[in-house]
Write a protein that binds this ligand. Sequence first.
Ligand code: GLP
Length: 264
Amino acid sequence: MQVAVFKNEEEIGIVAAKRVARLIKSNPEAVLGLATGSSPVPLYRELVKMHLANELSFAQNRAFCLDEYVGLADDHPEAYRNFIDRVFTSHVDFQPGAVRAPSTSGPNLKEGALEYEAAIRAAGGVDLQILGIGADGHIGFCEPGGPLNSRTHLVFLTEQTRRDNARFFDGDITQVPRMGLTQGLATIMEARELLMIATGENKKAAVTAMVEGSVSAHWPSTVVQYHNDAIILLDEAAASGLTMRDHYQVNWEGFLETEWTDYE
Ligand code: GLP
């Protein structure tokens, strides 16, 4: 795990966007894994900027969203498919049909989950998976207690997750769906590279467990410790519980002005 701590989410957005741009320039057909939630929004903003400046095209890329709520109307603004469209994909040049999310409107969600796994596989797998992290340590919607080797599956959302996400639903937890369909931890771990963004004090416990704790279903994101190409971008608040930061933190001083290739 490469851990890096930055001053604010804008800096993280710039650094993360450089990483994504570097991948797309070296492999224009790269398959991206997209996360929703507020943490990656600064990254998406930077990618849109790069695109509008004619520096980056997504015309040959495909993308798979991590997860989706169950029970929201297709046109609900907080359905993740619509969220990602609003904050990112509709502002760049993905081809029609190139961005997929788990379908939660079909009659058989379990079959839909299997199809989603198959579609990811048929695309050659995800090259770079963008991730956030829940305050309870979930990634995607893989909640605490679930198997560490899960594939795309249906989940019940924890009370904590529904409380945290109520801010997207007029602060009303009763409007937050009780279930989600999410890529599994094993699915996520197959991505060739993970790029996680975590910011803010309420991520401190989850980040500390993920980086310094023992691997456990109690904190699903700890499974990332088994990934051999995971980058964790944090702000000071999210990093504030790390006791051994100096041991694994990458020194990325000057990184904002530099390109990734200068560091490799
Ligand atoms: C949701 C999403 C996750 C996301 C998490 C954190 O539950 N399913 O993919 O990582 O929330 O969201 P945020 O970045 O808004 O804190």
